[in-house]
Design a protein around this ligand. Structure first.
Ligand SMILES: N[C@H](CCC[C@H](N)C(=O)O)C(=O)O
Length: 275
């Protein structure tokens, strides 16, 4: 029997396991079943809270999408991670050092109850995203369906493409999202964001997530959209990102600097799982 906690960050929802005090070994089929909203618990991602591998870290953090794929970054999940380890008494510090496959995250509890995550330094080289492209650019194009799509691209520890739209409510998230998510330009697939500029410090965003489909919020996607918007000269730090599930606040001082993302994390219920 496994104990789990159901959580969400602005409606991007997670099944979280304490893998410090229990052994959690789930196959991709078990992960997919667990994420299924009819045959399982239902979630966008599964998060494992593990003992640290690096000596100066508090924890290691593993992330699995609903399709069972393991990935290296989840921003909304990182805020839930911070709430989880505090509520479970696993770590009472205000600043928590967490390692993922992609690198180091710093999770900081704020006096107002929200959490700020240092998401690391964004990477723009095509090989780092990864993206098949001759050279780095603030604009790329890809032919998909019957159209040529222009987008910015960045790695937040996971791959993101960001497309401009005049209105997120009518953006082709359901059609262009899946086409680009698995487009040949992205050797490891990608998360596809549709960004509507309100003003230089405010956007609306919808994200078709790699391995999970459209979610109510995407933390790394909010970071990617703000960074791409700043790189393209459309936005200035800080940026408020309004997602269907709520708002995140992103700060980025430019190339070489880390991206800071602030927002809420919510515990919904506790449960046990018979596998
Ligand atoms: N679908 C993402 C992982 C979850 C990211 C998202 N839930 C977030 O809050 O950053 C990927 O395949 O890279």
């Amino acid at each position: 029997m496994l104990r789990f906690t159901k959580m969400h960050g602005l409606g991007n929802d997670f099944v979280v396991f304490d893998a410090v005090n229990q052994t959690v070994a789930l196959t991709p089929d078990q992960l997919r079943q667990l994420a299924d909203r009819h045959f399982g618990i239902g979630c966008d991602q599964i998060l494992l809270v593990q003992a640290p591998i690096q000596p100066d870290a508090h924890f290691h953090y593993r992330i699995f999408n609903a399709d069972g794929s393991e990935v290296s970054q989840c921003g909304n999940g990182a805020r839930c991670f911070a709430r989880f380890v505090r509520e479970k008494g696993l770590c009472l510090e205000d600043e928590i050092r967490v390692d993922t496959r992609a690198g180091r995250l710093l999770l900081r509890h704020r006096p107002d109850g929200q959490i700020t995550v240092d998401m690391g330094v964004p990477r723009f080289a095509p090989a780092d995203i990864p993206l098949k492209a001759e050279q780095e650019s603030v604009h790329y194009t890809a032919a998909a369906g019957s159209a040529i799509h222009r987008f910015g691209a960045v790695s937040m520890g996971n791959p993101h493409a960001v497309l401009p739209t005049d209105d997120v409510d009518t953006a082709p998230v359901d059609t262009v999202g899946p086409l680009l998510e698995s487009h040949a330009s992205f050797p490891e697939r990608a998360n596809i964001g549709f960004m509507q500029k309100i003003d230089a410090h405010h956007i609306r965003l919808r994200v078709y997530e790699r391995g999970s489909g459209e979610t109510l919020a995407c933390g790394s996607g909010a970071c990617a959209a703000a960074v791409v918007g700043i790189e393209q000269g459309l936005l200035q730090t800080p940026v408020r990102v309004d997602l269907p599930g709520g708002s995140l606040y992103i700060e980025w001082q430019g190339r070489g600097a880390p991206v800071l993302m602030s927002g809420p994390a919510t515990t919904v219920f506790e449960g046990t799982l018979e596998l």
